[in-house]
Design a binder for this molecule. Structure first.
Ligand code: FAD
Ligand code: PYC
Length: 417
């Protein structure tokens, strides 16, 4: 009879040397896969999961240059909503929002989705008109959104300052009750574990440094920091670095990379029941289950690949936050950090085939792709498996920038402009 020590049983139960968080196993690269995804964020791991779970492709790998969830997936402020203006976007983000609802059950992993409501504030007559337009457009698309008076907004979020004499008075707000937050890194871990259980290899510390194409120009494989790996299908989901990776295949993308930063306060007892965003003053806040106030700032004004933002950007945000929520003024900041987001000219993503046979790309989520993770991963997997877009991502092509069929999502996120 095989003997187990208490320690080995515990290690087995909680995922071996990788601890209780993950319960998936790191793989060594094989010589060849049927498909490879570049980027171990939520979008890449999710795509691998759906390729295996829904399209039967299990000889596949996710290659990640660092650790899974170490990019924007583990750095964002987790706002989830689908109140986008244009039909194409509303369909895409609502597809995702519906998937969030059941994601913990589907993955058998608690992603802590909490639909506590997302409120977007209007501070000027222009804001009011724009936000009301969103409310009507959303409702026309079957997406819930409602207009609140300042008093109704305060009733929903009692710590909100609705005094009339402040710099940014609240003239009203749009509320999407189905919106909310989730626990960011569990999304990476949940997809990784579920994909791994279906046979997907997850290879960390493996940076893609080149893409090889055959004589016909189709994908042949990737050069990585751990050697060459052969594949005929390559999905790139490497937020912030997508143009660099796609450049290895000779594809130029209309993307700019910027640092985007966020911070949390010291933890306090529950005081904020929902998410509040202000597009005008580039500030938004929610409270994590640990009690920290989660606060997001704007993008830096200059392109960069650094994972930290400029101090004056977060100072500006904090001034606005203290005016909107005076009771948080004396809280201390616990930590701050940044991520690199890549942004398209129309502030909408690209989820598409490319001119190179076997090469697919999922990028350009800018400041707002966390909420899209399940939906985006789902339609990206479809695109890779069928070599055809899913109807939901069909408009999000690369060609739209040549053809002029832009999805000019002017209010993509508070921080995108
Ligand atoms: P990532 O999680 O960044 O994954 C990409 C991975 O690719 C990384 O792990 C990276 O290491 C890897 N990679 C890159 N180059 C290579 C290479 N050469 N070889 C191998 N691997 C490579 N969105 C929202 O919806 N709501 C929010 O509230 C929100 N807040 C945000 C706040 C901040 C501060 C930031 C930075 C972003 C925020 N976002 C938000 C945006 C959101 O985080 C991203 O759009 C989303 O997480 C992107 O997920 P991803 O899987 O595509 O990218
Ligand atoms: O897309 O909702 C959003 C968002 C908020 C902060 C950053 N992105």
């Amino acid at each position: 009879m095989q003997k187990f020590s208490a320690w080995s049983l515990l290690k087995e139960a909680f995922g071996g040397h990788q601890g209780w968080k993950s319960q998936w196993r790191r793989a060594e690269p094989k010589a060849e896969y049927d498909a490879i995804i570049v980027g171990g964020g939520g979008h890449g791991l999710g795509a691998a999961y759906y390729l295996a779970a829904e399209h039967g492709l299990t000889n596949i790998a996710v290659v990640e240059k660092g650790w899974i969830g170490g990019g924007n997936t583990g750095r964002n402020t987790t706002i989830i909503r689908s109140n986008y203006l244009f039909n194409e976007s509303a369909h895409l983000y609502d597809h995702s929002l519906k998937m969030w609802k059941d994601l913990s059950q589907v993955l058998n992993y608690n992603v802590m989705f909490s639909p506590r409501g997302v409120m977007m504030l209007a501070h000027t007559v222009h804001d009011t008109q724009v936000i009301k337009r969103h409310v009507h457009a959303n409702r026309g698309n079957g997406v819930d959104n409602e207009w609140l008076s300042p008093e109704e907004a305060k009733a929903f979020c009692p710590i909100l300052n609705i005094e009339k004499n402040i710099r940014y008075p609240v003239l009203g707000a749009a509320l999407q009750r189905r919106g909310g937050v989730a626990r960011h890194d569990t999304v990476a871990w949940g997809y990784a574990r579920a994909a791994n259980a279906l046979g997907v290899d997850i290879i960390e510390n493996c940076e893609v440094t080149g893409i090889k194409r055959n004589a016909q120009g189709a994908i042949e494989g990737i050069d990585t920091s751990r050697g060459f790996i052969r594949t005929k299908k390559l999905g790139v989901s490497a937020a912030g670095n997508t143009s660099v990776v796609m450049g290895y295949a000779g594809i130029q993308l209309p993307l700019e990379s910027y640092p985007l930063q966020a911070l949390v306060s010291e933890p306090v007892k529950p005081l904020m029941p929902c998410v509040v965003m202000s597009n005008t003053i580039h500030a938004y806040m929610s409270q994590s289950d640990k009690g920290e106030l989660v606060i997001g700032a704007g993008t830096d004004a200059y392109n960069s690949y650094t994972q930290r933002g400029a101090l004056h950007i977060s100072s500006h945000t904090l001034e606005a936050i203290c005016e909107l929520f005076p009771m948080v003024r004396r809280l201390k900041m616990l930590r701050n950090w940044g991520g690199i987001v890549d942004t398209t000219p129309d502030r909408s993503p690209i989820i598409a085939k490319t001119p190179v046979k076997g090469l697919y790309v999922n990028c350009g989520w800018g400041t707002g792709g966390f909420k899209a993770t399940p939906g985006s991963a789902h339609v990206f997997a479809h695109t890779i498996a069928h070599d055809e877009p899913h109807p939901i991502n069909a408009p999000f092509t690369l060609e739209r920038f040549e053809e002029g069929n832009l999805i000019d999502e002017a209010a993509a996120a508070a921080v995108a402009h």
